[in-house]
Design a protein around this ligand. Structure first.
Ligand SMILES: NC(=O)c1ccc[n+]([C@@H]2O[C@H](COP(=O)([O-])OP(=O)(O)OC[C@H]3O[C@@H](n4cnc5c(N)ncnc54)[C@H](O)[C@@H]3O)[C@@H](O)[C@H]2O)c1
Ligand SMILES: [Zn+2]
Length: 363
């Protein structure tokens, strides 16, 4: 097991390794005294890693916790105020106090939802994250952004609320589908482009899907270290944290316009390519990064030409119109992130009216 400490408004540890679900109770009892704890998971994750006979449930019982469970229907549609309300009602009906806690066992949907419930129940109780997707592990579980979707858009209601501890058992990745691997991989490529070129080399050198032990743990820690450094500098996203949006302006628009047919990871992969190519075309960065990214993504199993064709068929005008509705647009301008070289990205404030032209030059 290896650890990384996050130092923001709260200090907490991320622990990663094989078999952690069996030791989770003991690890959690170091940061939380025995209390009521409610494991939140979706039905898929509960079937795989939760339930009363599971390693996590039993290890919490052994450590003296009074364990409750809440299970919801999988999917982004259920990252909602309704689901959060059900969690809050369960806590209230089970007489959870401010000393009790929540535990998110699942992907980013579960983590965001559970964190939001933790941030709001009695004005804030403690929670632990156990991410089970690669994306949740390298991205969503760290940094304290929690929230739910509103009918008007994704993540429109939320709070910054940091966990007490993040535990990742790398054994849970054995059940990830190819789509789920690609969702995580594109965020790892993003992390490498923003802050660590050696992460990009490591990703290219071996297939993460077949890695185990320290090789896998170290690779994940590299991606986490990039996010940790940024979040520590700018917890509330008023400055450098916006670098984490690299690929996401075009990416979110592609995801939305495809009716979510194109997964988040693939859409962000296409978004990184488009934003890099456009920045090169505009002369903001020297040439080569888009090509390097394209080669790496292809090596990692992304169908790059298909992705760009799909984005092209949506078209720059529709993508720009969709991106303008995104909450990353601040009034008349939008911050775009682009690579200067692997490991170094910059931000550029662009008038929203120029977005269509920007996307067109990247497509
Ligand atoms: N808070 C943040 O900083 C942040 C950052 C990035 C993304 N997010 C959020 O994360 C969400 C996406 O995360 P996600 O892709 O993990 O979504 P998710 O939680 O819906 O998980 C995706 C699917 O994988 C299944 N699953 C989870 N673990 C599994 C496993 N080990 N094996 C097999 N199947 C498994 C789930 O049941 C679900 O069907 C979005 O809502 C996004 O907004 C948040
Ligand atoms: Zn993302």
């Amino acid at each position: 097991m290896k650890t990384l400490t996050i130092n923001c408004s709260k200090q907490y540890e991320i622990a990663i390794g094989s078999g952690i679900l069996y030791k989770a109770g003991r690890c959690i009892s170091k940061v939380l005294p025995a209390c009521k704890i409610c494991i939140v998971s979706d039905e898929n994750v509960r079937a795989l890693y939760g339930g009363e006979q599971s390693a996590i449930y039993q290890s919490l019982l052994s450590a003296g916790f009074d364990v409750y469970e809440y299970t919801f229907t999988p999917g982004e549609d259920h990252k909602s105020l309704e689901t959060a309300g059900e969690i809050l009602d369960l806590l209230a009906n089970s007489r959870f106090s401010r000393e009790d806690a929540l535990l998110a066992l699942g992907g980013g949907v579960t983590g965001d939802l559970t964190g939001f419930a933790a941030a709001t129940y009695m004005r804030g109780i403690r929670f632990v994250q156990i991410p089970t997707t690669l994306l949740a592990c390298v991205d969503a579980s760290v940094g304290g952004k929690t929230g739910v979707n509103l009918r008007a858009g994704k993540n429109l209601a939320g709070a910054f609320w940091q966990p007490e501890l993040v535990l990742t058992d790398t054994d849970v990745f054995t059940t990830l589908t190819e789509d789920l691997w690609q969702d995580g991989l594109s965020e790892m490529v993003k992390a490498g482009m923003i802050g660590d070129p050696s992460l990009l080399r490591d990703l290219a050198d071996g297939d993460i899907r077949t890695m185990t032990g320290d090789a896998l743990t170290d690779l994940i820690l590299k991606a986490l270290a990039v996010k940790a450094r940024i979040v520590e500098k700018d917890e509330r996203e008023t400055g450098v944290r916006r670098l984490l949006n690299f690929g996401h302006t075009a990416g979110h628009a592609i995801e939305t316009c495809s009716g979510y047919e194109i997964s988040h990871g693939r859409a962000v992969a296409a978004g990184m390519l488009i934003e890099s190519a456009a920045a090169e075309h505009k002369g903001w960065a020297s040439k080569g990064n888009a090509e390097l990214l394209g080669n790496l993504l292809a090596k990692l199993g992304f169908d790059v030409s298909e992705l760009l064709t799909q984005a092209g068929s949506i078209g720059a005008a529709v993508l720009a119109e969709t991106a303008k509705g995104d909450k990353k647009a601040h009034g008349d301008t939008i911050i775009l992130v682009y690579p200067m070289r692997p490991g170094l990205c910059k931000m550029h404030e662009l008038p929203v009216d120029d977005l269509e032209d920007f996307f067109r030059s990247g497509l």
